[in-house]
Ligand binder design. Structure first.
Ligand SMILES: Cc1cc2nc3c(=O)[nH]c(=O)nc-3n(C[C@H](O)[C@H](O)[C@H](O)COP(=O)(O)OP(=O)(O)OC[C@H]3O[C@@H](n4cnc5c(N)ncnc54)[C@H](O)[C@@H]3O)c2cc1C
Length: 382
């Protein structure tokens, strides 16, 4: 039996958004997914189509070209992609970038970039991680040095989602290398025809095959001084910390939806596959496993839905969002692994959704702050 949840925050309008999302996924994303996984990116045209349908920046105010909705509108899009393990279009990183601009940008910066991001003309990326600095972000070495009316950026970044297609990169850099957190700033870099800016190869990952995770290199990249996010040096670390609940909740949202997708696929498969003269769904072990999985999926749905409501209401703090990210991504890995087991050898094939879900799940415990860092954040607040 499929689990039918009462979604506390859904309403008629959001149900229509969900229908639009599903049509977009079925018509535009699914037919190209296998090719996108081979290419390592989804291409610009898909981003523009998503923009035309109003699926990007749906929670950015209309005056900046966004949809004027809230996080629920975003969640609907993330959920439907995660249920199908469609990971090529990293709309969540795109949204996170839009939120940095909305929450911390100057009025001019918002007007200059947000409408183009909402239309999918500019794909957004955020470049924090470096070969020598991941969890310990204060250790970034990329340097942005002020020279009169411009900055020169030097350094390299790695593991940057949307890196290959990005037209707009928020670069976390040191404006004052003598200081740690207070020496950090975020620079807005439009990448097209930007001398000194170079995108490395799309990285060869075990999962997220259609996602263009890339290295970025900055060699005396010159940007105008008004490309400093918010117009004040030394604010970078605080800007990053302020937006963490939004980013971490997204990972919880995708984890819960992926578990639902995995459960449904497993239910269907175990009813069709036969061994020893009967559907494998009839073995007691299969039934009991599916019962456990159903209970876990139900608990995740209830908890993550509450986190979504709290985020929309402005009640979800960094600790709450860190718990959501950590707990939901840990459970996702357990549930997807147990589902895969019930597929036998077919579960190990890339052709099967459950196989792709398995490798795609693994990163959820690492990016957005590792789950060990989540435990640090949670325990510090105790
Ligand atoms: C597919 C993918 C997409 C990504 N997208 C982006 C992106 O768009 N932008 C971006 O900037 N970055 C991105 N990242 C980078 C990601 O956020 C980092 O990989 C992550 O934060 C961990 O950093 P690290 O890889 O340097 O690991 P490290 O920091 O070296 O950590 C290694 C291990 O040590 C543990 N550890 C570290 N510090 C502590 C501590 N204090 N206590 C206990 N354990 C600790 C970690 O939990 C981990 O298990 C992405 C990474 C991947 C793989």
């Amino acid at each position: 039996m499929a689990i039918h949840f009462h979604r506390s925050w859904m309403n008629e309008e959001l149900a229509m958004v969900r229908e639009t999302v599903i049509r977009f996924i079925e018509n535009e994303m699914l037919p190209d997914d296998e090719a996108a996984r081979k290419r390592g990116h989804v291409g610009h045209a898909l981003w523009r189509k998503a923009g035309e349908l109003g699926l990007l920046c749906s929670d950015i105010p209309e005056e900046y070209g966004g949809g004027g909705g809230d996080f629920r509108h975003e969640a609907v899009f993330y959920e439907e992609m995660a249920r199908r393990s469609l990971t090529g279009m990293n709309a969540s990183v795109h949204s996170i970038v839009a939120h940095y601009l909305l929450n911390h940008g100057t009025e001019e910066q918002k007007r200059q970039y947000l409408p183009r991001m909402a239309r999918g003309e500019l794909v957004g990326a955020i470049a924090m991680t470096e070969p020598g600095a991941g969890s310990d972000l204060q250790g970034v070495r990329t340097r942005a040095e002020r020279h009169g009316d411009h900055y020169l950026i030097n350094g390299s970044k790695t593991f940057i989602s949307n890196g290959y297609l990005a037209g707009l990169v928020l670069v976390v850099a040191k404006t004052d290398p003598a200081q740690k957190a207070k020496g950090m700033s975020i620079l807005i870099v439009e990448t097209e025809n930007r001398p000194g800016y170079q995108v490395g190869k799309v990285l060869d990952k075990i999962g997220l095959k259609a996602q263009d995770t890339s290295e970025l290199f900055f060699d005396n990249v010159k940007v105008d001084a008004d490309c400093l996010l918010g117009g004040e040096e030394g604010r970078g670390f605080y800007q990053l910390m302020g937006d963490l609940p939004y980013e971490r909740t997204i990972i919880g949202v995708t984890a819960a939806a992926a578990m639902e997708g995995a459960y449904e696929a497993t239910l269907q498969y175990t009813r069709e596959r036969e061994a020893f003269g009967q559907p494998i769904a009839q073995f007691q072990n299969t039934k009991f496993k599916l019962a456990e999985i159903a209970a876990n999926v139900t608990a995740a749905r209830a908890y993550v839905d509450r986190c979504i409501e709290d985020l929309v209401a402005g009640r979800l703090d960094t600790v709450g969002a860190s718990m959501c990210k950590m707990w939901a991504s840990d459970l996702q890995n357990k549930v997807v692994d147990e589902c895969l087991q019930l597929f036998g050898g077919y579960g190990y094939m890339n052709e099967y959704l459950i196989g792709r879900m398995y490798v795609d799940a693994r990163i959820q415990r690492i990016y957005g702050g590792t789950n060990e860092i989540m435990k640090e954040v949670i325990s510090r607040a105790m």
